[in-house]
Design a protein around this ligand. Structure first.
Ligand code: FAD
Length: 326
């Protein structure tokens, strides 16, 4: 009957989106008069279990095992599937990261139920069933999804639900569970981890993003974009045109085939605003567009528009903000 949430961790650090999702799970569990449970997998991740309780979990299922140290689909899905079969949760929520989406799909397929991906809102109907709001047609239409089977599984976009306040005084139960697969049963081996963009902030986590498109004209055109991003404490984003041209690596790409982002501020520089780009950023809280073409579609979604050459505007903004922000 309860609401389950998978708490994602990377190298022992919880991913903050998991707490946003757990906050929503707590709300849904209260509305249903049921429990919220967190699933924590890894090795030496007991502290994350305690944090999950402070963020709203009543119960934490904790599997600490060497086979679970680094994320791998097979051993993670096997533990979660065993938990689902034993405890029969009604609702399962996942942060919509690439790992969350992979696991949700694997568990959904194993349980022969559907998955509502990339949700922007979650509600309950009169019978306490989940109603998930998700974008379709590249974000142009929002649709409400209901579920036939159980568990009702949804992945959630980052920053759509507020970060809950942790309460260190909250109490809950930590239940130790075992890994299901042995190392010999797991075909995938992790031989090393390499960061795609060393030292740079990920667009997925950023409150502010400064993005460049074809209008930056080359890899060196990202320099003023990076300088503005540094002054704002922002991540650097890009359109697919800039990525396809090889001016900046793919992890920076925002849009339908890149990352979906929802920052407080999105500054689009030399980006026309093609529908596939808008699909990834149109729900940013404030959008600023800098484009020398007054007819560029990006201005239709922008809260503030500057019709000007970005190579004049962006350095001027950087200087002004440097002074203003010290
Ligand atoms: C299946 C599919 C998936 C796709 N997925 C994505 C995706 O995930 N993300 C994505 O971004 N695109 C995606 N695209 C591509 C998308 O359709 C556009 O081609 C792309 O977004 C265009 O990038 P752009 O705005 O940088 O380039 P353009 O459309 O060429 O726009 C460049 C803009 O820069 C302006 N400009 C030029 N010089 C300056 C200057 N000096 N100062 C100011 N402004 C200037 C121009 O006026 C123009 O508006 C996808 C396409 C398909 C078919």
């Amino acid at each position: 009957m309860s609401v389950f949430v998978w708490i994602e961790q990377f190298k022992g650090e919880p991913v903050s989106l998991s707490w946003e999702v757990l906050g929503k799970a707590r709300e849904l569990a209260d509305a249903r008069g049921t429990q919220a449970a967190a699933i924590v997998l890894g090795q030496e991740v007991e502290n994350i279990a305690q944090q999950a309780i402070s963020y709203g979990a009543d119960t934490v299922y904790l599997a600490g095992d060497a086979t679970l140290t680094d994320f791998r689909g097979d051993p993670y899905a096997a533990v979660i599937k065993a938990l689902v079969e034993e405890h029969q949760p009604s609702i399962m929520l996942w942060g919509g990261t690439s790992r969350g989406r992979e696991l949700a799909a694997a568990v959904g397929a194993d349980m022969e139920v559907g998955v509502a991906a990339d949700c922007l809102d979650l509600q309950l109907d009169d019978e306490s069933n989940l109603v998930a709001t998700r974008p379709i047609y590249a974000g142009n239409i929002l649709t409400d999804v209901v579920f036939r089977g159980k568990p009702q599984i949804a992945t959630v976009r980052s920053r759509v639900f507020p970060m809950p306040e942790p309460d260190p005084a909250r109490t809950g139960e930590v239940v130790a569970v075992s890994a299901v697969l042995s190392e010999d049963d797991i075909p995938v081996k992790v031989v090393g981890l390499e960061k795609a963009t060393e030292g740079e902030m990920s667009v997925a986590d950023a409150n502010i993003i400064v993005s460049g498109g074809r209008g930056v004209k080359g890899p060196e055109g990202f320099e003023p974009i990076r300088e503005l991003a540094t002054v704002l404490g922002a991540a650097v984003g890009a359109s697919r045109a800039a990525v396809d041209a090889g001016w900046i690596p793919y992890p920076h790409q925002v849009g339908q085939t890149g990352k979906t982002v929802q920052p407080d501020l999105y500054v689009a520089c030399g980006i026309s605003g093609a529908i596939q780009h808008l699909a990834g950023m149109r729900t940013a809280k404030v959008i600023v567009a800098i484009n020398k073409d007054p007819e560029a579609p990006i201005f239709q979604v922008a809260d503030f528009g500057i019709v000007e050459d970005l190579f004049k505007t962006v350095p001027a903004l950087t200087e002004a903000l440097k002074e203003r922000l010290g």
